[in-house]
Design a protein around this ligand. Structure first.
Ligand code: ADP
Ligand code: MG
Length: 559
């Protein structure tokens, strides 16, 4: 069933405002919630994932039903954080652009209470508040809720998770009996159900999509790297998406600080959001991220809570959250309102198994991706640069006086030379940085290596020889170590190394490109004091069967 906004019975001014905002058709939760709220007075419990447009789902009908001539507070919206409070107020104000005389006031902690009290004294048809500060206002006698008709509990699950239960109950006890209570939540934990049971009157339940599931518009990708290459891999991923607009999640403040500082030093348009910032600093950082003056925001989970920025292209999990359920909150910040988004996870080999856990939480498969090579990054950057050249607006009149000067340059150099030079102005730093860039993928498997164009590299059949080595996981051997040992044993990187498999006390690898006797003859290096021994297989047939779950072998099959 699809529907248009025209069929929902909204007031004409509201209808016009959402057209200005570019909302073309209602989201699924809006299709069901708006008609329900435009009529009747039953309570509502609405469950929908983040980014499904819940603010407009309650905001539009409530605004349509607000009477500006009545100076009293008619609606109270409660939400978990200051940032959400500001965001919701901003959204409601934009919906009310053409609705004359409606006053909407935010009330939240962490800011002087006096100004907020004065604002409430002037009258507010709609108060958008965090529970703690709201209760404070009520106790000081600064909020008159005797005529409230709607109470909205937005992100009820988050409010309860943040310990606002008592404050919420105290507020709900002061509102009039006949009030219409609307509860919005992404999930329905027991605490939320209990609150609904206690303070709501046989509510209608509207659930959109699967409960607790992530957004369909998000695709999930992961990269396996050595722990020490995590930051370098992050840079490659960012560089291969030149138009990225994303959130980078870290686990701790320290890591947030570290990653953001390095990104800034490396010339990225990035900043950090973490608990050590003053409120003014937070506001500044969020403001510049929201207006896209910042391309990347590095944040902890707590600091990012309530930050509502739409249209993120990527969420990057620089490190995984402690709690797998938190992952959906992270990835839910992209793929909003019908636009596709990518959630990227960077893991080391010890964390690889956690991908399976996340797949079960999100109920989606994660795709393993290779960390792009230097060539791939440069190709992507060049593509973006040329796209910008194609798209740029040329101000013909303004540029006219300088055409002669440009013509002189063209007379001196051929056009292709000029183009090469202009591109080099922007592009040289990537070329230089990625000139000798290493492969950052921690698992290097035969047949998965790709040329820069993304085509699997051709393997000449029959040329690989299998080798068995007397070292394994027990000795602390990693694929990288093994490659180093092979190169030392052959006194130079003359071998093309294929499949590697490291078992508990032995490992196997395939190599081609030289006489295997070079490897097995002569003196071999030692690894952690243990002399290395290599034996070649006679034929491919005696090679060990490919194991899917090798300790450091390939990627395990997807569940
Ligand atoms: P939720 O509260 O469900 O997480 P929001 O209400 O914050 O989601 O909406 C997420 C984003 O989607 C916002 O940027 C909002 O402006 C946008 N949005 C909401 N409804 C529509 C719509 N019908 N068409 C296009 N964009 C929409
Ligand atoms: Mg919301």
């Amino acid at each position: 069933m699809t529907m248009t906004f025209d069929e929902l019975g909204l007031a004409p001014g509201i209808r016009r405002a959402i057209t200005d905002l570019g909302f073309e058709k209602p989201t699924p939760v809006q299709m069901r919630v708006i008609p329900f709220l435009m009529t009747g007075d039953r309570d509502l419990v609405a469950l929908a994932q983040t980014g499904t447009g819940k603010t407009a789902a309650y905001g539009l009908p409530i605004l349509s039903r607000t009477d500006p001539a009545n100076r009293r507070t008619q609606t109270l919206v409660l939400c978990p954080t200051r940032e959400l409070c500001v965001q919701i107020t901003r959204d409601l104000l934009s919906f009310a652009t053409y609705t004359k005389g409606v006053s909407i006031q935010p009330v939240y902690g962490g800011a002087p209470i006096d100004a907020q009290m004065r604002a409430l004294e002037r009258g507010a048809h709609i108060i958008v508040a965090t529970p703690g500060r709201m209760l404070d206002m009520i106790r000081r006698g600064r909020a008159q809720l005797a005529h409230v008709q709607h109470v909205v509990l937005d992100e009820a699950d988050e409010m309860l998770k943040m310990g606002f239960q008592e404050d919420l109950e105290a507020i709900l006890k002061t509102v009039p009996k006949g009030v219409r209570t609307l509860l919005f939540s992404a999930t329905m934990p027991r605490q939320v159900a209990t609150l609904a049971g206690r303070y709501m009157n046989t509510p209608e339940e509207i659930t959109v999509g699967e409960r607790n599931a992530g957004s369909d518009m998000v695709s999930h990708e992961y990269y396996i790297v050595h722990a020490r290459d995590r930051y370098a891999a992050l840079k490659r991923i960012i560089d291969v998406y030149p138009t990225i607009y994303g959130l980078v999640f870290c686990r701790t403040r320290l890591e947030t600080h570290d990653v953001s500082t390095r990104l800034m030093e490396d010339g990225y348009n990035a900043d950090a959001l973490h608990g050590d910032l003053s409120q003014a600093q937070r506001d500044r950082v969020m403001g510049s991220f929201r207006t896209r003056h910042l391309q990347l925001l590095v944040a902890t989970d707590v600091a990012a809570r309530g930050l509502d920025v739409s249209d993120l292209t990527h969420v990057i999990n620089f490190s995984l959250p402690v709690d797998a359920a938190q992952y959906t909150h992270r990835s839910g910040r992209t793929g909003r309102a019908g636009k596709p988004g990518i959630s990227v996870v960077i893991v080391n080999m010890r964390e690889e198994h956690k991908i399976g856990v996340l797949e079960r939480v999100v109920k989606t498969r994660f795709e393993q991706k290779r960390v792009p090579s230097g060539r791939e990054v440069c190709a992507a950057q060049l593509h973006a640069l040329l796209e910008r050249v194609k798209q740029v607006d040329v101000d013909e009149a303004a540029i006219l006086p300088y055409l002669a000067q440009m013509g002189a340059l063209l007379a001196e150099l051929p056009a292709t030379e000029v183009l090469k030079r202009f591109v080099s102005l922007e592009f040289n730093r990537f070329l230089a940085y990625y000139k000798d860039a290493a492969d950052l993928n921690a698992t290097r498997l035969a047949g998965t290596e790709r040329s820069p164009r993304g085509q699997p590299r051709e393997r000449k059949p029959g040329q690989m020889t299998g080798f068995i080595v007397n070292l394994g996981v027990r000795n602390g051997l990693t694929p990288g170590d093994l490659i180093g040992l092979i190169n030392r044993a052959s006194r130079g990187p003359i071998f093309d190394i294929g499949r590697i498999q490291i078992d508990h006390d032995r490992s196997y690898f395939e190599a081609s490109g030289a006489d295997p006797r070079i490897l097995t003859a002569g003196s071999l290096p030692s690894y952690k004091g243990r002399p290395m021994q290599i034996r070649a297989f006679e034929s491919e047939r005696t090679a060990p069967p490919p194991k899917r779950h090798g300790a450091h072998g390939g990627k395990p099959p997807m569940r």
